[in-house]
Design a protein around this ligand. Structure first.
Ligand SMILES: [Zn+2]
Ligand SMILES: [Zn+2]
Length: 294
């Protein structure tokens, strides 16, 4: 998500209660603790951030990937990962930020150089979220967005990090760019939003599919079909907090401690025993992002 795109989705309301803890630990592969704690208007308070991480750990979510969406939030993400053993970081300029640079007069080269510098840090394990967003960004921003996506792919490959993709209404275009550039060895579709056919195309290429709270939505049968056919070693789960809160709390603020709702739906959909599924999700996350422990 991004500053320019998501204020509408950053709902306010009573925080949902803690779910029943999971029988084995899982990883929230994509969260925005800075936005979840501070919104878009204030710097996140470190004690509140630590409290959110502790609340997640208490229900079986001891490991998180904190994702930056612009240079300041990417810096913040890298700093948090450097100090917190439960957190790894991903750094990038979000496609909707990239798509509006032309209007903002922003300096893309300077921003990309800073993302590249941050990507070298040992606890920054992914470049993203990057990709294409044809929903929030209009055609006037598409060229800048694709140029930024290509630059992020190159940084991920040069630094040997995973790539985390944001794909909004751009499935075929994303695969076109990935195939053209050559995808990094570890490429994750965050908040996977395609159907079974697109999932098959991604799985065949070796990409990893990360499912968010959208998996639990009543109208998301196509996502459940996609999840059901994804091999366990190409499957991740995430919150994208504070967005995309799973059922039964859709519309209220999301947090990593709520990922168990999505994991339980994933267990139903895949028919895999819950404890085995948790172990598989952790193994896939460690394959993609590396170990959390130094
Ligand atoms: Zn996204
Ligand atoms: Zn996100």
């Amino acid at each position: 998500m991004s500053r320019s795109s998501s204020s509408r989705a950053n709902r306010r309301g009573e925080l949902p209660p803690d779910p029943e803890p999971l029988p084995a630990p899982v990883v929230d592969s994509h969260t925005h603790l800075d936005i979840a704690v501070g919104g878009f208007d204030r710097a996140p308070d470190a004690a509140e951030v630590d409290a959110q991480v502790a609340a997640a750990e208490a229900v079986g979510v001891p490991r998180l990937v904190q994702v930056g969406v612009d240079v300041p939030s990417s810096r913040w993400s890298a700093e948090l990962a450097a100090r917190h053993p439960n957190v790894l970081a991903a750094v990038a300029v979000h496609p909707n930020e990239a798509g509006s640079w032309v209007d903002d007069g922003g300096d893309m080269d300077t921003a990309l150089a800073e993302i590249d510098r941050l990507a070298a840090q040992p606890r920054v394990r992914a470049v993203g979220e990057t990709g294409l967003d044809r929903f929030r960004t209009g055609p006037e921003g598409w060229a800048a967005q694709e140029a930024s996506f290509r630059a992020h792919i190159r940084i991920a490959k040069e630094r040997g990090k995973a790539l985390v993709i944001h794909d909004r209404d751009a499935h075929d275009e994303i695969l076109r760019v990935l195939d053209d550039e050559g995808a990094p060895e570890r490429t994750v579709f965050h908040c996977f939003s395609g159907d079974a056919a697109f999932a098959r195309a991604c799985v065949a290429r070796g990409h990893v599919l990360s499912f968010a709270g959208t998996l639990t939505f009543a109208n998301a049968g196509y996502l459940r079909e996609a999840a059901a056919l994804t091999p366990l070693d190409q499957l991740l789960v995430e919150t994208d907090a504070p967005f995309l809160t799973p059922v039964p709390y859709r519309g209220r603020p999301n947090a990593s401690r709520l990922v168990p709702h999505t994991v339980r739906t994933l267990a139903e959909v895949t028919g895999v025993d819950l404890e085995q599924l948790c172990a598989a999700l952790t193994a896939t996350a460690e394959r993609v992002f590396g170990p959390w422990e130094d």
